[in-house]
Design a protein around this ligand. Structure first.
Ligand code: HEC
Length: 248
């Protein structure tokens, strides 16, 4: 009975935590994985602004080109800024050790980050909100903080596009963690607010898409492992029968 209670509590706890609204406010990403133009724009942003620090080891450039309808030549011309070969995994342009020293935390691999940030739409919503929630905080090493990732160790790498904003309702947020943050643009970027929202959506779309092939690959590997174990079980069982045959 006690065990049953414990099992029940373990099942119920994550649900309760979600119901209590423990996390920060997230905006809806509303991504569309079938929108190829959006995925292509997202891929471009990702390669130009993220791979300097992060890796995406699951993703291969040529597979990306194939899935998104971009030819190998175009991938090589437009998407790669390092001397990477087409067909190589998207590596990091910075040695991990340097990254560790510069940022305190090494930038994590982004292959399955959309899924790591939550099930269903939640991972996408998290990313979409994250990209739009950097604000000026002079107490931080890079001069910015983030409402969904407190004291984040990453600079606002898209600031030239979005501009720089300040957090207007810091007190309210301190009192109610789930409150919706309000920002005011302090210094405009090259994009309007709507254009930047779309860019954040494209980037999120691409990152969710990127998590999928990796997920599929791991699942198909899992099936083979399960099949092997089943096969091995029958062999072991047959052997056992054979060994014990004459003993009774
Ligand atoms: C200048 C280096 C740098 C660049 C460029 C950069 N990041 Fe980061 N990023 C970091 C570091 C360092 C961290 C770890 C922050 C921490 O743990 O405090 C991080 C963390 C993150 C996280 C949170 C990971 C987690 O563990 O929760 C996400 C998501 C992310 N980056 C996405 C991106 C995307 C998308 C881009 C491109 C638009 C990008 N980053 C560009 C350095 C960078």
């Amino acid at each position: 009975m006690k065990k049953l209670m414990i099992a029940f509590m373990m099942l119920a706890l994550p649900g309760l935590a979600a119901a209590a609204g423990a996390g920060p406010h997230l905006d809806k990403a509303n991504i569309d994985l079938t929108d190829k133009a959006s995925l292509q724009r997202g891929a471009r942003l990702f390669v130009n602004y993220c791979l300097n620090c992060h890796s995406a080891n699951f993703m291969r450039h040529n597979r990306m080109g194939k899935d998104l309808g971009i030819s190998d030549e175009l991938v090589a011309e437009n998407l790669l800024f390092t001397a990477d070969k087409v067909g190589a995994p998207m590596g990091i342009a910075m040695p991990l050790e340097d990254a560790q020293n510069w940022f305190g935390t090494p930038p994590p691999d982004l292959s399955v980050m959309a899924r790591a940030k939550g099930a269903g739409d939640e991972g996408a919503n998290w990313l979409y909100t994250y990209f739009r929630s950097f604000y000026i905080d002079t107490s931080r090493p890079f001069g910015v903080n983030n409402t969904v990732f407190k004291d984040v160790g990453m600079p606002h790498v898209l600031w030239e596009l979005q501009g720089m904003q300040t957090l207007v309702n810091a007190e309210e947020l301190a009192a109610h963690k789930g409150a919706k943050p309000e920002f005011a643009l302090n210094q405009p970027g090259s994009m309007s607010a709507e254009e930047y929202d779309q860019a954040a959506r494209d980037l999120t779309n691409f990152m969710v898409y990127m998590g999928e092939p990796a997920q599929l690959e791991r699942k198909s590997l899992g099936i083979w492992v399960a099949l092997f174990l089943l096969f091995f079980f029958f062999i072991a069982y047959a052997l056992k029968k054979e060994y014990w045959k004459d003993i009774h």
